[in-house]
Design a protein around this ligand. Structure first.
Ligand SMILES: Nc1ncnc2c1ncn2[C@@H]1O[C@H](COP(=O)(O)OP(=O)(O)O)[C@@H](O)[C@H]1O
Ligand SMILES: [Mg+2]
Length: 328
């Protein structure tokens, strides 16, 4: 069953200087039991995509296209219905989640607020949820007493884990985790990845989107990987294929940028990435990767590459598109 899908999703920031095309025509489909890793350099639009996927959109950001949660467009839902879905159907661990906790309440009270906000749609006993939170806290290396503290009394790493705990407490069907471990030290990172994997194995979470700037981190947990560049997906397919046989020149560049090949990633010896991603106020016409690509051809500068299927992997690159005049 497809749990989350997008149709030509666009999310632009309307600024005085023009519009920033942070998410520019994205189509994804994530089925039950899948973990989609979304990877790409900083500024490629990953966090904006995370917000668009959960309808957490405020000016100057505006969304076009659709996001289907179990077949229903979340942008056409009544606000009350959407509110009931949050945290239970669809949940986001935002990037920098640790800074988003309400500072004036103890963690225990935040759990109460969470339970209260769903009292009209699902029956949840506060005591059960506190107990669940205590058990799960231990799994990510948090002592039980964190529940009795205010966010300011906790370290950044602890606050980050509390935010992860809250976003996962109601066993969301679809969890979107935006760089959940980037603020944590390596040992705690492993615990958190393990925690998410355990929730997944238990069936507490059915589907996940795991966003990371680091393809090696995403590979630890993802079944599928989508590579994002300048607001678009340039390659997507099974995690093994994308990591071990990268097709798009940008994916090859990301692979070569892995400093420590963790978790069974064979270090593919590839040329590194040079240059910077384009300005999304004014993306180049043709392929957005053109200015940095070592395989570029004349056509790449002029025409946006189509997405083609190469052995089950979708790649948006002229190198793989059969076309008159397109020769390497
Ligand atoms: N509030 C905003 N106003 C204008 N541009 C923004 C705003 N927030 C983010 N952007 C721009 O949107 C693009 C994508 O940002 P983001 O989604 O945070 O990427 P990532 O998560 O991949 O680092 C960047 O060019 C960023 O500068
Ligand atoms: Mg981000």
């Amino acid at each position: 069953m497809t749990m989350l899908a997008t149709r030509d999703l666009k999310a632009y920031y309307f600024t005085r200087r023009g519009f920033v095309r942070a998410v520019d025509g994205i189509n994804i489909e994530v089925g039950e039991g899948r973990v989609l890793g979304i990877v790409g350099e900083s500024g490629s639009g990953k966090s904006t995509l995370g917000m668009a996927l959960t309808a957490l959109v405020r000016p100057p950001l505006r969304v076009q296209g659709s996001v289907l949660f179990k077949g229903k467009d979340i942008y056409s839902l009544h606000p009350e219905v959407l509110r009931a879905i949050r945290g239970v159907g669809l949940s986001l661990i935002p990037q920098f989640a640790m800074d988003a906790l309400n500072p004036t309440a103890r963690i225990r009270d935040l759990i109460k607020d969470l339970v209260d906000s769903h009292k009209d749609s699902i029956k949840l006993e506060l005591d059960d949820m506190i107990k669940r939170a205590q058990e799960r806290a231990l799994q990510i290396g948090l002592p039980k007493w964190v529940l009795d503290r205010y966010p300011v009394e906790l370290s950044g790493g602890m606050r980050q884990r509390v935010a992860i705990l809250l976003s996962t407490l109601l066993n969301p069907e679809v969890l979107i985790a935006d760089e959940p471990t980037s603020a944590l030290d390596v040992v705690i990172q492993r615990l958190v990845i393990q925690y998410l994997q355990d929730l997944f194995k238990e069936g507490a979470i059915k589907t996940m989107i795991f966003i990371s700037h680091d393809i090696a981190t995403a590979y630890q947990i993802a079944t599928d990987i989508a590579v994002m560049y300048a607001g678009q997906i340039v390659e997507s397919g099974s995690a093994d294929k994308v990591v071990h046989e990268p097709l798009h020149p940008y994916t090859k560049g990301l692979m070569s940028a892995i400093v420590e090949p963790g978790m069974n990633i064979r270090k593919v010896k590839l040329e590194g990435l040079t240059g910077e991603p384009p300005d999304l106020l004014n993306p180049p016409k043709g392929c957005r990767f053109y200015p940095r690509c070592r395989y570029r051809m004349d056509i790449c500068k002029e025409e946006d590459p189509p997405e083609v299927d190469v052995g089950g992997v979708k790649v948006k690159c002229w190198l793989y598109a059969k076309r008159e005049g397109a020769r390497p």
